[in-house]
Design a protein around this ligand. Structure first.
Ligand code: CP
Ligand code: NVA
Length: 307
C-alpha cells in the first residue's frame, strides 16, 4: 500500500528511527545510492515560494538517479483550473510521487486521498514535516542523543512549531515552546503532543516566558514572526513579538554551548539578530543541508520501499 508523509504525528517512533538511520547512510555514502530511484519521477507543486524545499528535493531526486519536475502556482492553478483531486488522479498516471507546498493543510490531505502515488507535505499552514525531521536529525548528529535534550522554540506557534512538537514527542526529546499570548500552538496540537509524549517520556512545556524556555535548553530554535501568507501582519507582529527575539541578551540565559537553529528563510533583525545567526553557536546551514539528506531517505522509503 502506498504511504504518504503529511504530518509527523502519523509516523511511528520506529519509522523515524529507521529514517534517521537511512539518512546517516545516505549522507556518508552518496555514490552507493546513485541508482536507487532510477526511472522514477517526482512532481513538485508549489503554491508558495521556496528555496530549500524545492532545490533539495530536485537535487535529491537527481542524486538518487530519478527525475523531478516543478509545477509553479500559475501552471496548474491548483483548485481553480482543476480540482485538487483531479490533479492528483492525473499526475498519478504519469509520475511516482508528489510533493505539495500549499496554504491549507486540507489540500495535502485531499491530494493524498485522491493520488495513488505517495504524497509528501512540503509545508502547509499546519505543518512542515520534512523540516522538523531534518532538524531533529541535525540535533541528534550534533549532540549524539535526543533523550534528555531540551529544545526551546521561541516565537510564533506556527507550522514549524507544530511539527517540532510532534517530532520531539515521537523521539523522546523535551521541548519548551515560548510564544506571546494568543500565538501559542493550538490546544489540539498540544493535547496530541502530550499524548504521544506520555509514551516516549518526552517533556513538553508551553509558556509565554522566553527566558524560562531557553534557560535549561541545549538547543534554541526560532522561525519568522509572520509566515508566508501573513506578510501584511508583520508590523503588528513586530510589536507583539519583540521580547521573543533570539539575541545575545536572551541567550545569556542559556548554556554558552547552546545550539541555535532556524528553518530559514530568516528575517535578520526581527526574530534573530545577525550576531546570533552568524555566531559559532548557529547551525542553521547544517539544518538546511540535512533537508537534502533526510528527504532522500523519505523518497527511498516512500517511492521504493513501500510500494
Ligand atoms: N525551510 C524551508 O522550507 O525553506 P524554503 O521555504 O526556502 O523551502
Ligand atoms: N513558518 C514559515 C516557514 C518557512 C519555511 C512559513 O510558513 O512561511
Amino acid at each position: 500500500m502506498k504511504k504518504d508523509l503529511i504530518s509527523i504525528k502519523d509516523l511511528t517512533s520506529k519509522e523515524i528511527k529507521d529514517l534517521f538511520d537511512l539518512t546517516a547512510k545516505l549522507k556518508k555514502n552518496k555514490a552507493k545510492f546513485a541508482k536507487s530511484l532510477t526511472g522514477k519521477t517526482l512532481a513538485l507543486i508549489f503554491q508558495k515560494p521556496s528555496n530549500r524545499t524545492r532545490v533539495s528535493f530536485e537535487v535529491g531526486m537527481y542524486q538518487l538517479g530519478g527525475h523531478s519536475l516543478c509545477l509553479a502556482p500559475q501552471e496548474i492553478n491548483l483548485g481553480v483550473r482543476e480540482s485538487i483531486k483531479d490533479v492528483a488522479r492525473t499526475l498519478s498516471r504519469y509520475i511516482d510521487g508528489i510533493v505539495i507546498r500549499t496554504f491549507e493543510h486540507k489540500n495535502c490531505l485531499d491530494m493524498a486521498q485522491a493520488a495513488s502515488v505517495p504524497v509528501i507535505n512540503g509545508l502547509s499552514d499546519f505543518s512542515h514535516p520534512c523540516q522538523a525531521l531534518a532538524d531533529v536529525f541535525t540535533i541528534k548528529e550534533k549532540l549524539k542523543e535526543l533523550k534528555g535534550i531540551t529544545l526551546a522554540y521561541v516565537g510564533d506557534g506556527n507550522n514549524v512549531c507544530n511539527s517540532l512538537l510532534f517530532a520531539a514527542a515521537k523521539t523522546g526529546m523535551n521541548i519548551n515552546v515560548a510564544t506571546p499570548k494568543g500565538y501559542s500552538p493550538s490546544d489540539e496540537v498540544v493535547k496530541l503532543s502530550l499524548a504521544i509524549a506520555s509514551d516516549t517520556g518526552s517533556r513538553i512545556k508551553i509558556t509565554e516566558d522566553p527566558v524560562s524556555a531557553v534557560s535549561a535548553a541545549q538547543v534554541v530554535y526560532t522561525d519568522v514572526w509572520a509566515s508566508m501568507g501573513q506578510e501584511d501582519e508583520i508590523n503588528k507582529r513586530k510589536a507583539i513579538f519583540k521580547d521573543f527575539q533570539i539575541n545575545s541578551r536572551l541567550l545569556a540565559n542559556a548554556s554558552p554551548d547552546v545550539l541555535v537553529m532556524h528553518c530559514l528563510p530568516a528575517h535578520r533583525g526581527e526574530e534573530i539578530t545577525d550576531e546570533v545567526m552568524d555566531s559559532r553557536n548557529s547551525i542553521v546551514f547544517d539544518q538546511a543541508e540535512n533537508r537534502l539528506h533526510i528527504q532522500k531517505a523519505i523518497l527511498i522509503k516512500l517511492l521504493k520501499e513501500s510500494r
